[in-house]
Design a protein. Structure first.
Length: 543
């Protein structure tokens, strides 16, 4: 790894990977087996502060949104707090660590080769995945799920199976996080270059007469504000730019490069317009999450997601316990919220006084468990638009949570299942005797978990409660969807030498949690691209 300030003004590579995140690290490591690869990561290195990624610092790292932190706060137009990773390894540096593969139907619908998918998952798992150590709280959670009817019990498995299961984790037995950045250990060090603090501003294209636009390089800026150009080497027609910047930045960067809805780009002064591509930024989805916190009379271990309840309705149930968060960081987070709202010119007066009046003592180490329901899919969809032409700023994103009745019904079923788990005999030692699952919902209405209005009848109307207390589970996707913006080989429609390989291409989230499949996809597509390259070179030699 090198800081981008050391980059030459002009360089040439066979492949340029924009984004050293969950997918980008996997695809770059794979491509380096037989080609020169440049990885441009806008953030820093997770190895600079290893303890920040330990399990005990999960919330502190996720919610640290200071200017140079690994987590960038953004607030959707729906009034929901969210985060974008800006660090090598991407979301795997910030997430709750759960590792579970996609369902078989998902693989079939994507048209992926099953044996190659299996091998790609295994490639990831050898480097970063572990079997979790399930202790007291998580054991009670498992028993409660079974008592609530989320059956059968499937034990430890990476597979997506109906019932209750223990999944993999990217935290090892000592609570140390292993991330997609570790996948770069597979790379050929002589063929890969990784620049940190390299903010890509534009993808460059060759546009000649009636020929299709062809990507031929990128412009990126280092931390000192100096611009650099990286070009595709001209020796092979197979060389490509690969956009793996994530579901927010990939559609944003396509638009800033002139590929997107022409009228919208013109309104923001983007020039030149390379291709009128109205579906860029459309189909944005974010799986809505609704949490319930359960104060415990018994000590609980620190655990993130280890167990998933996979019922036959469209909601997944997960949980964790004993998380800690510093009070100073909580104040810092909400100050960041107010600053961001001021920046995007939304009113903050009421919000500011609300935050200042809060008693934040609950944010020290919590002797509590937490359960969440996550809606599968979802069907509700939104869109992404430019707010300005600065790639480091957040675009405007709307997810339209619970717009579709089916999503709302799944939330109600998920919350009803959580209430059953909390009220189960097996879970009883981890809650106070007089407390009921439904009674705990009032706690959620009192916490500043989003910017949405509260309704006093929410406790009696679970549909309204779902809307009022919706949060993100950070599984946002869409914006460059297969069949709309990219083809089944992830090539951008109407453009040559440019692919998008990340969660922005997804039509829905794979499995219960997407990181396994995003890393797998990077490996899977990297190998496919290398095979295509080898076949092309062989044909050229024969000719």
């Amino acid at each position: 790894m090198k800081d981008a300030i050391s980059a030459p003004k002009l360089s040439h590579f066979d492949y340029i990977v924009i984004g050293g995140g969950t997918a980008g690290c996997a695809v770059a490591a794979t491509l380096s087996q037989n080609a020169t690869v440049l990885v441009l990561e806008r953030g820093g290195s997770p190895y600079d502060n290893p303890t920040a990624t330990d399990i005990g610092n999960f919330l502190n790292t996720l919610l640290n949104t200071t200017p140079n932190s690994w987590s960038q706060l953004f607030i959707s137009e729906d009034g929901v707090f969210n985060a974008r990773a800006r660090v090598l390894g991407g979301g795997t540096v910030l997430n709750a660590g759960f590792y579970s593969r996609a369902e078989d139907d998902y693989v079939a619908e994507a048209g992926w080769e099953r044996e190659e998918v299996e091998a790609a998952y295994e490639w990831v798992e050898k480097k970063v995945v572990f079997e979790p150590q399930v202790k007291g709280w998580q054991t009670a959670f498992i028993d409660g799920l079974l008592e609530a009817g989320v059956v059968p019990y499937n034990g430890f498995t990476y597979e997506h199976i109906y019932g209750t299961k223990i999944g993999g984790t990217i935290f090892d037995g000592d609570g140390r996080r292993h991330t997609a950045a570790n996948l770069l250990e597979y790379a050929d060090p002589n063929k890969i270059t990784v620049y940190l603090h390299a903010s890509v501003h534009k993808i460059l294209f060759t546009t000649t007469g009636s020929m299709r636009p062809k990507a031929n390089g990128v412009i990126f800026r280092d931390a000192n504000g100096v611009f650099h150009t990286a070009k595709l080497a001209t020796q092979s027609a197979m060389n490509e730019v690969i956009l793996s910047a994530g579901a927010i930045a990939s559609p944003q960067l396509l638009m800033l490069s002139g590929v997107g809805p022409a009228a919208h780009l013109e309104a923001h002064g983007v020039t030149p317009i390379i291709l009128d591509h109205p579906m860029v930024g459309q189909g944005m989805g974010d799986n809505p999450m609704n949490p319930v916190f359960i104060p415990s009379p018994e000590p609980v271990e620190v655990s993130l997601v280890q167990v998933a309840g996979i019922p036959h309705f469209g909601s997944y149930i997960e949980g964790g316990s004993g998380l800690s968060l510093s009070i100073s960081l909580t104040h810092s987070f909400f100050n960041g919220v107010i600053d961001l709202l001021n920046e995007i010119k939304l009113p903050t007066k009421t919000l500011s006084s609300f935050f200042k009046s809060l008693d934040l003592r609950f944010n020290v180490t919590t002797q509590a468990g937490g359960m969440i329901q996550k809606v599968d899919g979802p069907i509700s969809r939104g869109h992404l638009e430019l707010r300005n032409t600065n790639p480091d700023d957040n675009p405007s994103v709307t997810f339209n949570y619970y717009q579709e009745p089916e999503d709302l019904n799944n939330c109600v079923e998920g919350l009803s299942a959580i209430i059953k788990v909390i009220d189960s005999k097996k879970y009883s030692e981890y809650k106070y005797p007089v407390v009921t699952g439904r009674g705990l919902l009032s706690l959620m209405l009192a916490l500043p978990i989003n910017l949405r209005p509260r309704h006093i009848h929410s406790l009696f109307d679970l549909k309204q409660f779902c809307k009022d207390t919706v949060m993100t589970i950070y599984h946002y996707h869409g914006g460059c969807q297969v069949g709309k913006v990219v083809d089944n080989d992830y090539k951008v429609l109407g453009v040559d030498a440019l692919r998008v390989i990340d969660a922005s291409t997804f039509l829905k989230t794979p499995g219960t949690n997407p990181q396994a499949t995003i890393m797998m996809l990077g490996r899977y597509m990297g190998q496919k691209i290398l095979r295509e390259r080898a076949d092309f070179l062989e044909t050229e030699e024969e000719a």
